[in-house]
Ligand binder design. Structure first.
Ligand code: BG6
Length: 498
């Protein structure tokens, strides 16, 4: 009998069909559409969630007809969809719901045709802006001019949402000219990850953790998002952003909010987002010696295949970080005095995203000094091998006195939930939420602005000091001074393990 058969019911996923919808994907031939959006929609179609009257309309500058676009969609599904070849009939039926309009975001071409397609359908209308943020304003304005920005329409916008507070404010103000906040769905795909939502379930669905979830019992919290990939072909974008803008301001910030926020009164969009906003606004400024940045070097013995960061972005003097580690504090009653350590980087030793809550030692050890120091450590693994481990202290088995050891109570979700647990990619979950009109897992405008208001001074600080990121070896866990930052506080980073 396996673990999940013993205690935990086998999961049977319930798929509830969403309302009929028309989804227009601006940037419908782009990388994100091909990798994530279209294969995700196809999986939802196969799961029976997409009504037969739903339509997906690709819109981009490329001159294609419906047949040409369907061919591209089929290729994207074959390449990025899943390891199994989709049943021919399913794919054909899905493609029957897909069409294409060649459109110019800054001109007039294609808008009349799109208007004709979207006229009076009575369905949910969603417009996905999977394009450069420079085009968000043009698209919003044209949607209104061509009569498609009615009050039920929804727009989905991708990150980066601005590159600082000022640009984020401008973007929010531009969108607000044409759409109300309840129509704008700002995507942070980390919020669509299964285990990220599980953070809320674990915290607020159990009595066990919440009473201990504060500065009195928690020594510190670590959030690590380590990637093995480098900047790849995204050098031009990435070199203008760096790890702070690309990962910390959004993904790590969201994780920090979910781990630190007060329990919302209800699981509804504004109740959750109000609590997250309070966390961001309570963040202390980060002191210069509490932030370290790094840039990866070429892989030893394999420099051709894995170039250094500077080679990858084509700038031998680039000062952009591919790794960052920082320490911050939340100035409120719950967390005052508990440091939060954040770390993320590319070309690290393993792909691993983990939140670790390190509890304090017991106030007094009845076992004496020789028993050593022991702490409970709760680690929540977001990817891969999603699950939760709680380190507990027990007696080392055998005779010879009271020696204590730490052992993990391990719950790997795939093992606990068994085969029946449905794997839903972040994007497909979030797109279905757009159709359902549920904004809980999307960032509100004020949240994004507050995150930039905290981020900006940190970036301005290192720019003003002329700081240059320190090199780190590809396949390592970042710069040595990130370890040093922890050691100064008498702590250690958790090992990055797959
Ligand atoms: C994106 C960043 O938002 O998230 C990328 O722009 C990063 O640089 C990616 O690689 C990580 O996402 P995931 O889902 O692979 O952890």
């Amino acid at each position: 009998m396996t673990k999940h058969q013993e205690g935990i019911p086998h999961m049977v996923s319930r798929v509830i069909q969403v309302d009929p919808f028309d989804l227009v994907i601006f940037g419908g031939t782009g990388d994100l559409a091909r990798r994530k959006i279209l294969p995700g929609l196809f999986r939802r179609f196969c799961a029976g969630q997409m009504p037969a009257s739903a339509r997906i309309i690709g819109a981009a500058r490329t001159d294609l007809d419906d047949a040409g676009y369907r061919k591209m969609v089929a290729e994207a599904i074959a390449e990025f969809g899943s390891e199994h070849t989709p049943p021919e009939a399913k794919l054909k039926a899905f493609l029957g719901q897909v069409s294409y309009v060649a459109i110019d975001a800054r001109g007039d071409t294609g808008w009349a045709a799109l208007q004709e397609i979207m006229k009076g359908t009575g369905k949910v209308e969603a417009y996905y802006f999977s394009v450069s943020p420079a085009l968000f304003g043009d698209l919003a304005e044209r949607l209104q001019r061509w009569g498609m920005a009615d009050q039920d329409a929804r727009i989905v916008v991708e990150k980066p949402f601005g590159r600082d507070l000022e640009t984020a404010r401008t973007l929010n103000a531009t969108l607000a000219k044409y759409f109300s906040e309840s129509q704008v769905y700002r995507i942070d795909h980390y919020l669509g990850k299964e285990t990220v939502q599980n953070l809320m379930a674990v915290r607020f669905g159990n009595m066990l953790f919440e009473p201990l979830w504060n500065a009195q019992y928690v020594d510190h919290i670590q959030i690590t998002v380590a990637e093995t990939v480098g900047v790849g072909g995204r050098g031009e974008y990435y070199d203008k952003s760096g790890a702070m803008r690309d990962m910390v301001q959004n993904h790590l910030m969201q994780l920090l909010c979910l781990i630190a926020m007060e329990p919302p009164a209800r699981f509804d969009p504004d109740a959750v987002r109000d609590e997250k906003l309070k966390v961001i606004r309570a963040l202390d400024p980060v002191l210069p010696h509490h932030v370290v940045r790094g840039q990866y070097e070429a892989e030893k013995g394999n420099a051709g295949a894995h170039p250094s960061y500077r080679e990858a972005v084509g700038d031998p003097r680039s000062k952009t970080e591919s790794f960052i580690a920082l320490k911050t504090q939340i100035s409120n009653w719950r967390w005052s005095g508990t440091p939060f350590y954040l770390r993320t980087g590319k070309r690290m030793s393993a792909r691993s995203s983990e939140i670790t809550v390190v509890f304090k030692e017991t106030p007094h050890s009845i076992f004496g000094a020789e028993a050593g120091q022991h702490r409970n450590v709760l680690s929540i693994r977001l990817q891969p091998n999603e699950g939760i481990t709680l380190g507990v202290t027990i007696k080392e088995p055998g005779p010879g006195g009271m020696r204590l050891i730490d052992v993990p109570l391990d719950m790997t979700f795939s093992e606990a939930l068994g085969e029946g647990a449905e794997h839903v990619d972040a994007y497909e979950r979030l797109i279905m939420d757009v159709i359902r009109g549920n904004q809980t897992l999307f960032m509100r405008g004020d949240e994004v602005e507050a995150a930039w208001a905290w981020t900006d001074p940190i970036i301005h600080g290192w720019e003003a000091r002329g700081d240059v990121p320190k090199p780190y070896e590809s396949g390592s866990d970042g710069t040595t001074d990130s370890q040093e930052m922890m050691r100064r506080d008498g702590r250690n980073w958790r090992e990055v393990s797959p």
